[in-house]
Write a protein that binds this ligand. Structure first.
Ligand SMILES: Cc1cc2nc3c(=O)[nH]c(=O)nc-3n(C[C@H](O)[C@H](O)[C@H](O)COP(=O)(O)OP(=O)(O)OC[C@H]3O[C@@H](n4cnc5c(N)ncnc54)[C@H](O)[C@@H]3O)c2cc1C
Length: 430
């Protein structure tokens, strides 16, 4: 639990009957044992932990044996689409095209589920996220949008078990993987979960990112936050913080990305699941100039199970969604940077970690055979992550206006992406 492999999914906290807690959510956010745990519970928690191991081949064979397509970058799927929710209120309120929110509202209003396990910003501590069970359209809308700081959705498992009815569940890949581990052994905590949905997942950040962001604007007390958004307004949106004083701080999402190398959660660097491969339907941003220029949100959608495909087919028929099928090659090309980071970079970073003698996650598969240039590129990236996460680097960046740093970061990132395009796209999708 005190390893860098902990992904903070929250399962051990949720299933421990109060014996494991998160008491440092604004800090390292690690689970802490506060009472002795019996062997039976320990076994249950150990099994549910997706940070140390999650066999992709085993869970693919178990849950997706009938899938029409498989690629080691995307996982199993039926179809891939680019699209958006047709309900403008839902689309505008969401992170990308509002697909996830629209699906949840559809299932709830059709009576196919009774509640949704999802994540909102806390009412008591509006700077932190909290999982809850949404049972109305308004609550699903409240939970929309991406939260880029650590979330621990599976803390809510005891509530899921007690819930009177069927549930849809939304989570990022490490959380979904833990749910799949529990489903495979018919653990009672997940018996009410009927559908799994989730966003793509590049990385997540420590809460220090919010503290540091505030400091650059001269605000030292994060407890004065009344609202925190990561994707506010027109797609792709802004990071926006509202303070008790009435002050509003806002920075373009692409510029706020400068926080990533300074505050990234170590575990996200070892996670190899970019597109939430173990869901029924997963969604990400449709990053391409043709969509980005249009302002309103567009999503990329993977249907992965027959149940997921049926939902999309019905919603298309009822004109609740607009979506066009795209090819696997187009999908991989659109997110070549993300696939490279997760399906190549993560494996190389795991290799580097192994060389230092530290424990490594076991995903039951490996992707390898990259050229020397890709290893060299990873050495630069990994060194950057180490140097930029130091206190000195964080304090230094806080001396500059975030607008300036953000612009600089965006320019440097674009230049870096362009200069490494060949290395990254080499054999992608083949
Ligand atoms: C941490 C993180 C990293 C991401 N990285 C990428 C990326 O690199 N590339 C990319 O294309 N897309 C990425 N996404 C996905 C993207 O930001 C959108 O979430 C996705 O396109 C779905 O959009 P939507 O409009 O359909 O979702 P919405 O309708 O806005 O619904 C989003 C749902 O996800 C839930 N949710 C949001 N944040 C979290 C969280 N941290 N933990 C658990 N549940 C959460 C919400 O509660 C809501 O139910 C990331 C998302 C997150 C949360």
């Amino acid at each position: 639990m005190h390893s860098e492999l902990c992904n903070r999914c929250g399962s051990c906290v949720g299933l421990s009957e109060g014996k494991i807690i998160f008491d440092d959510r604004e800090g390292r956010y690690l689970p802490r044992m506060v009472a002795e745990i019996d062997d039976k519970t320990a076994d249950r928690l150990w099994n549910a932990c997706s940070g140390k191991d999650f066999s992709f081949p085993e869970y693919n064979a178990h849950f997706y044996s009938e899938a029409s397509h498989f690629h080691e970058y995307t996982g199993s799927y039926e179809n891939i689409y680019i699209g958006h929710a047709n309900d403008e209120a839902v689309r505008r309120n969401s992170a990308s095209g509002g697909i996830i929110s629209a699906i949840l509202i559809y299932l709830l209003e059709k009576g196919r589920i009774d509640g949704v396990v999802t994540l909102r910003m806390s009412h008591e501590k509006p700077w932190l996220s909290e999982p809850f069970i949404a049972t109305t359209r308004a609550e699903i809308m409240e939970a929309a949008q991406s939260k880029y700081t650590i979330s621990s959705v599976n803390e809510i498992l005891p509530e899921c078990e007690k819930f009177d009815g069927t549930l849809a569940y939304v989570g990022i890949p490490p959380q979904v993987q833990s749910i799949r581990k529990l489903q495979k052994i018919n653990d009672p905590s997940v018996k009410n979960i009927k559908y799994l949905f989730g966003p793509f997942y590049g990385n997540t950040l420590y809460f220090s990112s919010v503290k540091s962001f505030l400091k650059t604007y001269g605000e030292k007390d994060f407890t004065k936050i009344t609202k925190l958004y990561f994707r506010y307004g027109e797609w792709p949106g802004n990071m926006r913080i509202e303070m008790k004083s009435g002050r509003v701080i806002e920075l373009k999402k692409f510029h706020a990305n400068y926080l990533i190398p300074f505050h990234v959660l170590k575990n996200s660097l070892y996670c190899t699941d970019f597109t939430n491969e173990f869901t029924d339907i997963s969604g990400g941003d449709a990053w391409a100039p043709v969509y980005e220029d249009r302002g309103k949100g567009f999503s990329m959608i993977f249907t992965r199970t027959k149940a997921g495909q049926e939902i999309i087919d019905e919603m298309l028929k009822e004109d609740l969604l607009s979506a066009e099928v795209i090819t696997e090659e187009e999908a991989i090309k659109m997110h070549s940077h993300g696939y490279d980071f997760k399906k190549r970079g993560s494996f190389i970073r795991i290799k580097f970690r192994k060389l230092t003698g530290k424990s490594i996650p076991d995903y039951g598969y490996k992707i390898g055979g990259f050229g020397a240039s890709r290893y060299f590129m990873e050495m630069i990236i990994s060194t950057m992550f180490v140097l930029m996460s130091t206190g000195l680097a964080r304090r230094t960046v806080e001396q500059f206006p975030p607008g300036f740093i953000g612009k600089l970061f965006e320019k440097a990132r674009t230049a870096w992406k362009n200069s490494t395009k060949k290395i990254k796209r080499d054999k992608l999708g083949s």
